[in-house]
Design a protein around this ligand. Sequence first.
Ligand code: GTR
Length: 390
Amino acid sequence: MMSHASDDSMVPLSETDWPLFMKQKVSDPKTVWETHRRAEIVNLFENHIYGKAPDDGFQLAFERLEEKVLEHLNARRLRLATHVKTRLGQLTIKTTLFLPIEKGKPSPVFLGMHLFDSSREIPVIGQPWIGPRGQFPKLAKKEPEVLLKMILNRGYGLATIDANEVDPDEHDGFKNGLHALFHSEKDAPHEKGDWGTLGAWAWGLSRSLDALKTLEVVDARRVIVIGHSRMGKAALWAGAKDERFAMVISNNSGCGGAAISRRMKGETVAHINRVFPHWFCRSFHAYGNRENQLPVDQHMLVALSAPRPVYIASAEKDTWADPFGEFLSAYYASEVYRYYEIEGLDKDVRPVLNHSVGDHVGYHLRSGRHDITAFDWLKYLEFADRHLEP
Ligand code: GTR
């Protein structure tokens, strides 16, 4: 935007003063997207919403901790470690992975946080994770193992990391978890534009993908990042930043996830920053009740998955997450898929309850509440079958 600060700034720029990219002839929107716009939008999300994660100053080492056959599940369980080391310390992110036992070829894998309770011997899908203050998030108690069997029988693996190991979900001034490895009051204080907890979780998902890539039994080109609610926000951001994720799934991610912030329906920017001051970067706090000033909105986050398949799911009674705002994100993100001549979600209609719509951008509105259910999983499996052909 042109500044009006001085008379000089009103003088039109001559062509020789244009930034390089404005001088280049661009033939099509896909080229503009790939050479400029995508990176610009990532930067805007980094600077104003999730914060910037470090891209150097760390070393990684991987370890295979344990492997076990679980007869009753017809599955193999592996535990892997990603050791992250910086000059300030070290931290281990553990990934628990279940794989179908009889499979001649590497498996595609769903990877997320708290997809099951990884502290248990017998996995309990979507079992509540008790946060540091004994709160949240309450995922409805599922029939142990049923969903896991369903996923494994369809030829997919399922991997989970524990968010608390990556960065505890509490506001401590960015002094614990991954933040403590990169920031110290003395010589690297946490700045306004630095990563918050969602950024750290997304980074942790990428480090877990690094570990999965060391295994021959995993098809590393087909790892799907998935998350529910706050983990859905992190999954979208992880998928946006790390294009090695083959598919991205957001389940009821709401404000700061798939829901359009400017609608101010359900949870708002002011509310989320007040209750969870550590989730985003500190610059995001300035946008409470000033959503129109945001340089991006959340459909642009969904668009950063393009041209990879992305799925957004809402629940009818989850008004806090603004289901229609989530749908609109999927709809508007589809524009970038058109640059690739790929169909996203192009129907200008509200979806019918409990039906999946869209091609490379999938969406459904499930009846019921804020949760990740067997219905949701069935839709994700169908979507993954369609696009990844396990
Ligand atoms: C709520 C929060 C939402 C959502 C949810 C969850 O308290 O307001 O943004 O993330 O928690 O993570 O289940």
